[in-house]
Design a protein around this ligand. Structure first.
Ligand SMILES: [Zn+2]
Length: 168
């Protein structure tokens, strides 16, 4: 029998908690995930290996090291934004405009400065919305009332296939 702590540890190792969006990621965008048995696990999306481990016994960072960490972090965030843009199917300009409109709607007046994590949250949602819209349009073009109906039929077909091949 497996203990729940072992399961928690295995889950921490698997990285299943990781999500491209820092707000949804188990590391909360900090780059490291702390398991229930107090082991640290690097995030495949947000970890900066050069910044060192949270429990490293090192001296304070120099100004140069801090600038390096900030620069790499900005670059990482821009990379994630770009991945959302590409997945959305919109070009750079259209995606940017959609994100700006959504950001203003949610956070107008909330802060003097723009918060990168919020940008990525908005980019994630704009992307998901576009992908869903595209799926709905495709489903309707194929004669379904909605994408859910298309997916149900796809699942049913898959089940039939698996049964036919003695899957279960
Ligand atoms: Zn993460």
């Amino acid at each position: 029998m497996t203990s729940s702590l072992q399961m928690e540890y295995d889950n921490a190792c698997s990285g299943a908690w990781a999500d491209l969006n820092p707000n949804k990621c188990g590391c909360r965008g900090k780059g490291w995930f702390l398991s229930d048995v107090d082991t640290w696990h690097p995030c495949r999306f947000h970890c900066d290996p050069e910044a060192g481990h949270p429990e490293d016994d090192r001296g304070p960072y120099t100004a140069d090291e801090v600038s390096g960490i900030i620069a790499r972090r900005m670059q990482m965030m821009r990379g994630i934004y770009r991945r959302f843009q590409e997945a959305s199917g919109l070009d750079k300009k259209a995606f940017r405009a959609a994100c700006e409109a959504e950001y203003a709607l949610r956070f107008e007046g909330a802060d003097e400065v723009q918060v990168e994590e919020r940008w990525l949250d908005v980019a994630d949602d704009v992307c998901t919305e576009r992908v869903n819209e595209r799926r709905e349009a495709e489903a309707r073009a194929e004669g379904y009332s909605c994408d859910l109906e298309r997916r149900w039929e796809a699942d049913a077909l898959l089940e039939q296939e698996e049964r036919a091949h003695g899957g279960w």
